[in-house]
Design a protein around this ligand. Structure first.
Ligand SMILES: *Cc1c(COP(=O)(O)O)cnc(C)c1O
Length: 369
């Protein structure tokens, strides 16, 4: 699905130098490389505070911990997402309220979120799925009206731009009260291990987040609240600081592949190519098709035979997962169900040769001939 080997080979010298500096410095956790990367990412995103942490799931958990919610408080999440988004809510004894998504954008909308609000609702966690932003202007308006926090799950969309109706642009993850991301190797900004970060423009929240990620301590051995231990190590920060310079280039490379796929599949009746919401750029963490006429699994098997890897993100709605069923008592969510049965993601990455693209395109086309 991704080619991290070639990507590394293309920036090997810079990466190796940066890692060697960490080895020589003996600052393995924290220290100058982590601080430098945090500052670079703040600048890139145009956000006041970036707090690096151990992974994207921790980022979400720490963000929610910083909001001071009470057990049983409701947090709205899309039912069509990666498990981590809802997992941390349940882990904190909050109540995940799963809502349906829009069939075109495959993201939550302001309207779907607003319908799920009750007097117990305290926060919304929109996910910018596959690499394009949910309607953050609409969602922030709903949040403001009902006095709710918004924590953006930006693990799949780092680098995407959201454009407001007045023409102003902001990076995804910097619009809500807090934004979270993951630096898992296969993410758009990936390190060589685990990593994550939390973003906010609110200095008070930033202070609290830093404290929680560091055992709740305000100064060494003084623990003002219950926190956790979530750190980005210096080797990962060194890798990320190099790769951040290429992030926009990488997004452009992904878009070129997506455009080639779009062109090739435009006239296939049985396929719906990814919809582009007008208010956001797309960074194509995934290129996700909808396969109509119940043929998704057949297409996947057909492509596997031709050694073309594909993935289903995600095959089971969250509320149908054994661990999450108890949190949901409503009707099935029709679009979530539909997407679970129809989506398929094709390989897409930053180093994809035209030959490889053509092989994948030919494979898909031949299925529909
Ligand atoms: C990857 C991902 C996460 C979790 O990140 P990890 O670093 O793997 O913990 C959370 N939410 C979404 C939408 C993701 O894609």
């Amino acid at each position: 699905m991704v080619d991290l080997k070639t990507q590394y080979a293309n920036i090997k010298e810079e990466i190796d130098t940066a890692i060697q500096e960490v080895l020589d410095s003996a600052y393995y956790v924290g220290g100058p490389k982590v601080a430098a990367f945090g500052a670079s990412l703040e600048k890139y995103l145009g956000v006041n505070h970036v707090i690096p942490c151990a992974n994207g799931t921790d980022a979400l958990q720490i963000a929610l911990m910083a909001l001071g919610l009470e057990p049983g408080d409701e947090v709205i999440v899309p039912a069509h997402t990666y498990v981590a988004t809802a997992e941390v809510i349940a882990l904190l004894r909050l109540s995940p309220v799963m809502v349906d998504v829009d069939k075109d954008s495959m993201n939550v909308t302001a309207e779907l979120v607003e319908r799920a609000i009750t007097p117990r609702t305290k926060a919304i966690v929109p996910v910018h799925l596959y690499g394009q932003s949910a309607d953050m202007e609409g969602i922030m308006a709903v949040a403001q009206k009902h006095n709710l926090f918004v924590v953006e799950d930006n693990a799949q969309a780092i680098g995407a731009d959201f454009t407001f109706s007045n023409g102003k642009k902001k990076k995804t993850g910097t619009i809500g009260h807090i934004g979270c991301t993951s630096f898992y190797p296969a993410k758009n900004l990936g390190c060589y291990g685990d990593g994550g970060a939390i973003f906010t423009n609110d200095s008070e929240l930033a202070q609290k987040i830093k404290m929680i990620a560091n055992h709740g301590q305000s100064r060494r051995y003084y623990h003002d609240e219950i926190g956790c231990n979530s750190r980005l190590d210096a080797i990962q920060a060194a890798v990320l600081d190099v790769k951040l310079k290429y992030l926009d280039e990488y997004a452009a490379a992904r878009n070129a592949v997506a455009n080639a796929y779009d062109r090739a599949f435009a006239n296939i009746q049985g396929l719906k190519t990814p919809y582009r919401s007008k208010f956001t750029t797309h960074v194509f963490h995934q290129y996700t098709l909808q396969v109509l006429d119940g043929k998704r699994d057949e297409l996947q098997a057909f492509l596997a035979e031709k050694e073309i890897p594909t993935m289903i993100y995600y095959p089971v709605p969250l509320y149908k997962q054994k661990g999450f069923a108890k949190f949901y008592h409503g009707d099935v969510l029709p679009v979530t169900e539909y997407l679970s049965d129809t989506v398929i993601s094709l390989p897409i990455h930053t180093e994809m040769s035209v030959e490889v693209q053509e092989k994948i395109i030919a494979g898909v086309m031949s299925f529909f001939e």
